[in-house]
Write a protein that binds this ligand. Structure first.
Ligand SMILES: *Cc1c(COP(=O)(O)O)cnc(C)c1O
Length: 396
C-alpha cells in the first residue's frame, strides 16, 4: 500500500536504466534474442592481480569491521593515487571510502543540502544525480547543453543558472552519458564564474578518468588553488578496473565535508566491505598501465560503433572522448512513423529499437536530455556489429 510509504519514496523516480533492463528481460523470457547495449558496466572480468589480492585478504582473515571511512592503508593508497594521477594533495582526514561512488555522492548530498537548495546539473548528467539531490531535499536545476557544444556547459550558461539559492554544481568528466571531457581551460572558465559565487560547492565525478581516448587530458576542478577548498573529487574503481560489483568509491574533500560524510556513514552502513577494500589497495597501487588493455579495447569499439552509427541516416553523434557510451541525437526520427507508430520522443524511439531491432538502449530522458539515446559499447565487436545492423534495418 503506497499510501503507507513515505512521500520521499513515493516521489522517487524508478531508474530508467533498470526499467529498460526489466523490459529487455521480459522479451528475452519470450524467447527473443535481445542484444543489451543499455548497461553501464565493462564486459571484462576484474584483472587477476586484483582478484589475487582479495583472495589473500580472505586467507589473511580480514573479516572485522573496518574504520568507517576506510582502512588507513587504503586511504594512503588513495592519497598516493590523487597525487600521482591528479596532482592533488589530500590528507587522510579528507578521504572517505564508501560503498561505491554512488554512496559517496549520496553522502555528499545528504551532508551539504538543506531543503530548497539548488544544485546545477549540466545535461546530460548521470542518471542518479537528480534523484540523489531530491532525496536530500535539494532542487535539481537542469542546464541543457547541445551536441554543437559537445554537450558541455558554457561559462555563460553556468552564470545564467546561478541564483542566491545555488548551493552546488555536479558534473562528471569524462561524462556518462556523452563521453565529453572538460579540458583544463574549460574548467578554469567555469571556475572563473564560480569565483563570484563563493557559496557554491563543486562535485567533480571523475570515475571515468582512466577511460580516456587521448584527445583531451583529464583535469580536476580541485587542481585550481582557488577551487580546492570547495570541491569534492569523487572517484571509484567500478568502471576502469572492471569492479562494478565490488562496490568501492571514495572522495577527496574539504575536511569538514569528509568528517560529515564519515559521521553519516557511521550511522547508515559503517565501513565498506573489508575484502573489497583490500583488493582496491592493490588496484590503486599498481601502475595504471596494467588496465590499459581494457581502454585500448574500448577505443577500438568506439571507432567501430561511431563508423556504423554515422552510416545510418538520422543518427547524429558527437565524438566521445572518454567513458564507453555514444549518445546520438535522434531528433531526426521524431514525428516519423516507424513500424506503424509515430515516434514522438527518445523514450518511444528506444522502445521501438527494443521491440523492432531487439536492441536495448537507454532513452536520453533518463539523463535529462530528451533528444538522444545512450548506447553502451561495453560489448563484444560481434554484438556491436549485429546490433547496429539491426538498428539500421529497423529505421530505414
Ligand atoms: C557508474 C557511475 C557511478 C557509480 O559508481 P559506483 O562506484 O558503481 O557506485 C557514479 N558516477 C558515474 C558518472 C557513473 O557512471
Amino acid at each position: 500500500m503506497s499510501n503507507q510509504l513515505s512521500d520521499r519514496i513515493n516521489s522517487l523516480a524508478p531508474s530508467a536504466t533498470l526499467e529498460m533492463a526489466a523490459k529487455a528481460r521480459e522479451l528475452r523470457a519470450e524467447g527473443k534474442d535481445i542484444i543489451g547495449l543499455s548497461l553501464g558496466e565493462p564486459d571484462f572480468n576484474t584483472p587477476d592481480y586484483i582478484k589475487d589480492a582479495a583472495i589473500k585478504a580472505v586467507n589473511d582473515d580480514y573479516n572485522s569491521y573496518t574504520p568507517v571511512d576506510g582502512y588507513g592503508e587504503l586511504k594512503d593508497a588513495i592519497i598516493t593515487k590523487f597525487k600521482r594521477d591528479n596532482n592533488l594533495s589530500y590528507e587522510a582526514s579528507q578521504i572517505v571510502v564508501s560503498t561505491g561512488a554512488k554512496q559517496a555522492l549520496y553522502n555528499v548530498a545528504q551532508v551539504s543540502l538543506n531543503k530548497g537548495d539548488e544544485v546545477i546539473l549540466p545535461c546530460p548528467y548521470w542518471v542518479s544525480y537528480s534523484d540523489i539531490v531530491k532525496l536530500a531535499d535539494g532542487v535539481p536545476v537542469e542546464v541543457p547543453t547541445s551536441i554543437e557544444d559537445d554537450f558541455k556547459m558554457t561559462p555563460e550558461q553556468l552564470e545564467a543558472a546561478i541564483t542566491p539559492k545555488t548551493k552546488m554544481l555536479w558534473y562528471s568528466s569524462p561524462c556518462n552519458p556523452s563521453g565529453s571531457i572538460y579540458s583544463k581551460e574549460e574548467l578554469r572558465a567555469l571556475a572563473d564564474v564560480l569565483q563570484k559565487h563563493p557559496q557554491i560547492i563543486v562535485v567533480s565525478d571523475e570515475i571515468y578518468e582512466h577511460i580516456n581516448y587521448g584527445v583531451t587530458a583529464h583535469a580536476s576542478m580541485a587542481e585550481f588553488e582557488d577551487m580546492y577548498d570547495r570541491t569534492v573529487t569523487v572517484n571509484g574503481v567500478a568502471k576502469a578496473f572492471a569492479m562494478t560489483g565490488w562496490r568501492i568509491g571514495y572522495i577527496g574533500a574539504p575536511s569538514y565535508i569528509a568528517r560529515a560524510c564519515n559521521k553519516l556513514q557511521g550511522q547508515v552502513t559503517s565501513g565498506a566491505n573489508c575484502i573489497a577494500q583490500r583488493a582496491v589497495i592493490t588496484a590503486l597501487e599498481e601502475p595504471v598501465s596494467r588496465i590499459q588493455y581494457m581502454v585500448d579495447k574500448f577505443k577500438e569499439r568506439r571507432k567501430l560503433i561511431l563508423g556504423l552509427l554515422n552510416d545510418i541516416e538520422g543518427f547524429k553523434c558527437n565524438e566521445p572522448e572518454g567513458a564507453f557510451y555514444v549518445y546520438p541525437d535522434v531528433t531526426a526520427f521524431f514525428g516519423k512513423t516507424l513500424g506503424g507508430k509515430v515516434i514522438n520522443n527518445a523514450s518511444e524511439f528506444a522502445i521501438y529499437l527494443l521491440e523492432a531491432a531487439n536492441v536495448a538502449t537507454v532513452t536520453g530522458d533518463a539523463f535529462g536530455n530528451g533528444n538522444c539515446i545512450r548506447i553502451s559499447y561495453a560489448a563484444s565487436e560481434e554484438q556491436i556489429i549485429e546490433a547496429i545492423a539491426r538498428i539500421k534495418k529497423a529505421v530505414s
